[in-house]
Structure formats: C-alpha cells, structure tokens
Design a protein around this ligand. Structure first.
Ligand SMILES: C[S@@+](CC[C@H](N)C(=O)[O-])C[C@H]1O[C@@H](n2cnc3c(N)ncnc32)[C@H](O)[C@@H]1O
Length: 277
C-alpha cells in the first residue's frame, strides 16, 4: 500500500488512491476547481518528469495549494512554493479580491489539512518574487493575474526557470478571462520550446521539450489543440467582454476544444514519466 514518503507511484490504481486522498483534503477548502482540474493537477504533481521545485502563482484560500501539497507528499520532494500578495488583488487584474482575512483563511486551510510545513509562502506579487528567483522548476502552476499582461508577465518571468522536461500549467484557458488562453496559445502552443501538451477541464499544460525530437514529435498535437483554442482566444481578444449572444458563441467554440482527462499511463507515455506502468 502506497504511503506518504519516499515512494513513487507506479500504477494507475496507486495514482487513483493518491488522487482520492488529495481530493478529500481539498474538499475541506473553499475555492473553484472542477473534478477534471483536480485530476490533472494531481497527475502533474505526482509524475515528476525531472528534478526541480513546484511553484504556484495565485493561491487565494488554498484550494490548489492543499491539493498539490497533499499529492506531493507521495513524491520524493514534497515542497511547494505558494505566491500571492493577498492584498487588493483586483488592482492587479485578478479574479478574486484578497486581503488579510483571505490570508488568514489560507493559513487555516493549510493547518487544517496538515500541509503547512511543506508549503513555503511568498506573500508578494509574482513580479516581486521573480526578482532574484533562481530555483529550477519542474512544475509552474499559473493561477494569478488573469489579464493578458499579468499572465504574460508570469510566463515571461518564470518559464525560463522551468527545466527541460518540466511542465507549465495555466488555469482558466477555457474561461472568459483573456490572459491564460492567449498566452497558452501564442507563447506555448506556437513555440518550439514546448512539446507534449493538453487541456484538461480548463487547465492548459505543456512540457518544455528536452530536445528537438520532442518538439517535432509533438508538433501535430500542438497544432490540433491550437486550431481548437484560437476561436476561443478570438472571443476574448482585446479584453472583449463575454456576454449576450457573444457568450453563446464563446460557449459553442469552447465546446469544440478537447479537454478530457488523460489516463495515468497515457500521460506517462506522453511526457516520458518512467515510473508509469
Ligand atoms: C483565481 S485565484 C487563485 C485560486 C487558487 N489557485 C485556488 O485554487 O483556489 C487568483 C489569485 O491570484 C492572486 N494574484 C493576483 N495577482 C497576482 C500577482 N501579480 N501575483 C501573485 N498572485 C496574484 C490573487 O490574490 C488571488 O488570490
């Protein structure tokens, strides 16, 4: 039976057990993540394709923080960095305003689920954290400022620290906010730096290619996803509000984007996670 500690998940059943443990912990925290989104976050957390640290930008009340931190306990390196200013976030183009009270709830969420010791809290804007950041990342989870400028800046500042084989993931690439979808489409899917990729729920993820062959092997996959995502990006371009008939059009286009959850073994093969059975 797999326990927290230095063991690696090697089978689909083990993965599903860890997913269930992480989801039970997350159920104690307020926030908005769908079942598919929890699934892919846990999958990204427990399949360490390379050595490196895990950074979350945008923690709010701690839902994804608790989910990730609980899942990371089943890997060799359970540490998680969480960055959020918890201060008048609407001023920074974010979706959820935060303050001291939100920070208190966040801390309580970590304490209640027993993950406090494993989470390094950076109470500051991601742009301030970026100054002097020099740690290699194996997983960069971007869920902070959802404006085009904010999402671009987070990607710009931190994707350079994602090591080849590591992964970037954006929340809300299929939501009305313009930043995540635009940055994921133009900076990731259209870039030769990234290889394997997918969208699960509203989370877009991609792996930094380790070599040219990974870029070439995944080109068609990226283009297929891009073709489906661009009509969604078009709907929110230039921060156009999504309402009325326009909202119906947005939803129709979004319904055409593939976003199902990959099986543990299929994901392992796609990203070259060697422990996948
Ligand atoms: C959508 S919420 C995050 C939700 C969280 N990941 C969860 O699972 O519940 C967005 C968060 O990003 C934070 N934020 C906004 N701008 C930011 C920035 N520039 N740097 C870091 N965090 C930021 C906000 O304070 C807010 O808590």
């Amino acid at each position: 039976m797999l326990k927290p500690g230095n063991e690696r998940i090697t089978t689909e059943d083990e993965f599903l057990r860890v997913l269930s443990v992480a989801q039970s912990a997350a159920a104690k925290v307020d926030g908005l993540l769908t079942e598919r989104e929890c699934y892919i976050l846990v999958l990204l957390a427990v399949c360490p394709t390379v050595e490196g640290e895990v950074l979350e930008i945008g923690s709010f009340k701690g839902l994804s923080t608790v989910l990730l931190a609980t899942a990371l306990e089943f890997t060799n390196d359970p540490r998680l960095h969480a960055c959020d200013p918890w201060a008048a976030a609407e001023a920074h183009g974010a979706t959820n305003p935060t303050n001291d009270e939100t920070f208190r709830i966040f801390q309580e969420s970590l304490a209640r689920t027993g993950v406090s010791e494993r989470v390094t809290i950076h109470r500051k804007l991601s742009s301030d954290l970026a100054v002097g950041w020099d740690r290699p990342l194996r997983l960069l989870w971007i869920d902070g400022d959802h404006s085009v400028a904010g999402a671009s800046e987070d990607f710009e500042h931190f994707s350079q620290h994602v090591v080849p084989g590591g992964i970037v993931a954006f929340h809300d690439v299929l939501h009305f906010h313009p930043g995540p979808s635009q940055v994921f489409a133009t900076r990731v899917l259209l870039s030769d730096e990234w290889g394997a990729c997918g969208i699960c729920g509203s989370i877009g993820w991609a792996q930094k290619a380790r070599d040219r062959s990974e870029v070439l092997r995944n080109r068609e996959l990226k283009l297929r996803l891009l073709r489906r995502l661009m009509p969604v990006v078009d709907c929110t371009a230039f921060e156009r509000p999504v309402n009325g008939w326009h909202k119906l059009r947005y939803k129709f286009r979004r319904s055409l984007v593939p976003r199902s959850a990959p099986k543990y073994s299929a994901f392992g093969s796609l990203v070259g996670y060697r422990a996948a059975g």
